[in-house]
Design a protein around this ligand. Sequence first.
Ligand code: DX5
Ligand code: ZN
Length: 217
Amino acid sequence: HPHCKIGPSILCSDLSRLADECQRMMDSGADYLHLDVMDGHFVPNLTFGHPIVKCLRPKLPDAYFDMHMMVSNPEKWVENMADAGANQYTFHMEATQDVPTLCRKIKEAGMRVGVALKPGTPVETILPYSDLFDVVLIMTVEPGFGGQSFMQDMMSKVQLLRTKFPSMDIEVDGGVSPSTIDACAEAGANMIVSGTAVTGAQDPAHVIKCLRSAVEN
Ligand code: DX5
Ligand code: ZN
């Protein structure tokens, strides 16, 4: 299946030093940065939005910004995020009524299209639209907070997608660490988000290496 990529989530790092933390992850071998946007409505927490992403972009001119949009009305921020320098716009399936229009809008803005599924949302809901997505993000925790435990039973969603779509980018997010990565790798995930396990580690480069070798083997 497709190339394996490791994308640290900076949600639980020192956000007063956001650019430095992102740079530290890139220097530790990250392939991309997973940036968690929360609106206090779709999820019971708040983080940041496009104004901060726009300030971050010139500090990390070459990093791939994967925007995980945990927001209601994801339609609303597409142009703002593209203008801020986002590379991938992942909306939640549960947050939109019109998947094709939203996907078209994201593509026209020049970003890769991602769709995310909360743990309670069946994977079958995306099947009618599968050719509209570049990435499917399978949540392995309830979205809203870092540092929760990995939901192993979400791996059946990954497996089903990998069987149906051998070359699709399948991303996992939530509780992914060196002790849960094998299940993700076995199921066929190739874009690996890891927050606290990487940003909280003494040696983030070692953890990233560890995650990568589990998926590449
Ligand atoms: C949860 C976020 C995740 C989370 C990952 O709502 O979408 O990206 O920050 O952090 P860990 O790996 O600590 O679960
Ligand atoms: Zn996320």
